[in-house]
Ligand binder design. Structure first.
Ligand code: IMP
Ligand code: MG
Length: 186
């Protein structure tokens, strides 16, 4: 299934076309939840959500503003450390604003519940969350996610922003690393 030599150990879980179509639906749903003159501020979580944000806002036919926050919840591998560290804070405040957190994937839920807690403390008017992917079978904490692109099984996925040891973020599709040929960590 792989279409590039260097990702020969990947199988495709979601094609670029499936992702594109689902994001168009999500964009309509999110944009439609706020009045045309209401403020809508999207906060993307780096690095994984950068492509999702870019594709989401390009199909939103309304004014939006964006900001970025970076957190680190994993080491280089695929296991959650359970610890979340803020690496980059937002540029602007959130008081009185309609804020939507844009995240790549909710796995244990630890990262999102931490993010929601610190962003809620900044007094937004509303705070919702959009995740491209959700792995509900792995949840450790109950966390509210209003918009979910795809619910997936417990696979470690890469591509479309998601990485394994910082690689694969540039794949246009979402794949699962298969076989015993998982590349060694640098
Ligand atoms: P959580 O705190 O366990 O919910 O993990 C959320 C973060 O872990 C995401 O923002 C991703 O960066 C990373 N993550 C979780 N599952 C995967 C995966 O299957 N592939 C790549 N990154 C993942
Ligand atoms: Mg991430």
């Amino acid at each position: 299934m792989a279409d590039r030599a260097w990702d020969a150990t990947l199988s495709v879980l979601l094609t670029a076309e499936q992702i594109r179509a689902r994001i168009a639906e999500l964009a309509r749903e999110i944009a439609g939840a706020y009045g045309p003159d209401e403020d809508l501020h999207l906060v993307a979580i780096l690095k994984g959500a950068f492509l999702f944000l870019g594709d989401l806002i390009r199909v939103m036919d309304r004014p939006v503003t964006i900001d970025f926050m970076a957190v680190s919840s994993y080491g280089k591998g695929t296991r959650s450390s359970g610890e979340v560290r803020m690496v980059k804070d937002l540029d602007a405040g959130l008081e009185g604003r309609n804020v939507v957190i844009v995240e790549d994937i909710v796995d244990t839920g630890l990262t999102l519940s931490y993010l929601q807690e610190i962003l809620r403390a900044r007094s937004p008017k509303t705070l919702r969350t959009a995740c491209l992917l959700s792995k509900p079978s792995r949840r450790k904490v109950d966390v509210a996610v209003e918009y979910i692109g795809f619910t997936i099984e417990d696979h470690f996925v890469v591509g479309y922003g998601l990485d394994y040891a910082e690689r694969y973020r540039n794949l246009p599709y979402i794949g699962v690393i298969t076989g015993d040929r998982r590349p060694p960590l640098p």
